[in-house]
Design a protein around this ligand. Structure first.
Ligand SMILES: NC(=O)c1ccc[n+]([C@@H]2O[C@H](COP(=O)([O-])OP(=O)(O)OC[C@H]3O[C@@H](n4cnc5c(N)ncnc54)[C@H](OP(=O)(O)O)[C@@H]3O)[C@@H](O)[C@H]2O)c1
Length: 312
């Protein structure tokens, strides 16, 4: 049986329905994955609520979900049959495919599936692909070198946490702007903690980094108190929100896309403990509405992860 987490209209968590859908079959170059875990991201909540302007009201059922971790259970023609049984993770750019990963079984191109070590649980692994690739691509856009400095707004969030780990690993000095309750997380990962409630965020950034930050990654809407702590003309990458007027920065909006090479590297780093995988909690597929309620609670850290209880 194949069940999926779906919506057929936009609204609150109550519009989510877990329904039986047809079993997919892998075509040439494809593998079928028995999904064991699929994370719930802010974008799933926004999609369910119909908050994306460009997304028309569903004409049929939409399966939610961007990333997954699970075992290959069948392969199509031209795919090595010995891959059956291995654990893989990956993600889809949902806005293109509109075919989500929150289902017991999904079919993916084999080259998009990253093999994973058994030391990492499927729940932990599925927190990585979308946000890890986003953080990776944000850093690529900035082009920072060892010894450069970086401010991250929302450093304890999904993207921000991975961006901090990647940057610290590359020898970039990071100041993470976050809630007071995030101090231990940020300092424990090698960043300088900056309280988002400080009256002088820019001054704190300058003191922590011994000057203005060379660059900014914004995972939440930015206000002027942050901008004043970034080097004039410096680079900024935003994953969310409007470009602030007259920021004086080289501002770019990120639209992250799946990149298997990056996911392979991210999984290796996670295996070595160089990036932290954070699971807020695991919730069975059939309680997906509860997962949306939990993920929406202020102060949530790490991802809620849907787990499949389906047994063949
Ligand atoms: N453009 C892209 O390619 C792309 C890709 C993936 C995701 N996104 C989007 O990027 C956004 C962030 O994603 P995410 O997964 O990182 O979300 P997340 O896990 O919810 O993290 C966002 C973090 O920002 C914090 N925050 C909010 N306002 C803040 C402020 N003024 N100062 C400091 N911290 C603040 C939040 O703290 P609290 O929870 O305490 O408020 C939270 O820790 C979402 O809207 C997501 O849909 C964009």
């Amino acid at each position: 049986m194949n069940r999926a987490v779906t919506v057929s209209r936009f609204g609150g968590p109550e519009v989510i329905e877990v329904v039986k859908i047809s079993m997919p079959h892998p075509g040439p170059g494809e593998a079928r994955v028995k999904v064991e875990a699929a994370s719930v991201h802010p974008v799933d909540l926004e999609t369910r609520a119909g908050r994306y302007g460009e997304l028309p009201e569903p004409s049929g059922r939409l399966v939610l979900g961007w990333d997954y971790a699970g075992r290959i259970d069948a392969v199509g023609p031209h795919v090595d049959a010995s891959l059956v049984g291995i654990t893989v993770t990956g993600w889809r750019y949902w806005f293109d495919t509109r075919e989500g990963t929150q289902a017991d079984y999904i079919v993916v191109p084999i080259e998009s599936a990253t093999p994973c070590p058994s030391s990492l649980s499927p729940a932990a692994l599925t927190t990585l692909p979308l946000n890890g690739n986003t953080a990776f691509q944000a850093l690529e856009l900035l082009g920072l070198q060892r010894g450069d400095t970086l401010a991250i707004l929302g450093a304890a969030g999904g993207i921000g946490g991975f961006a901090m780990d990647l940057a610290v690993h590359r020898g970039i000095a990071v100041a993470g702007i976050a809630d007071d309750s995030d101090r231990n997380f940020i300092e424990g990962r090698g960043g300088h903690f900056i309280s988002r409630t400080s009256r002088d965020v820019a001054g704190c950034l300058r003191r922590a980094l011994r000057g203005p930050a060379d660059a900014l990654i914004a995972t939440a809407p930015v206000d002027r108190s942050v901008l004043a702590g970034i080097e004039p003309g410096g680079a900024a990458v935003s994953a969310v929100g409007e470009r602030p007027a007259n920021s004086g920065l080289d501002w770019r909006f990120l639209n992250a896309h799946p990149n298997t090479d990056q996911t392979v590297e991210l999984v290796r780093m996670a295996e070595r403990g160089e990036i932290a995988l954070r699971v807020a909690g695991t919730i069975p597929f059939e309680d997906a509405a509860e997962a949306h309620r939990a993920a929406a609670r202020p102060g949530t850290r790490g991802r809620y992860v849907l787990t499949s209880t389906e047994r063949r």
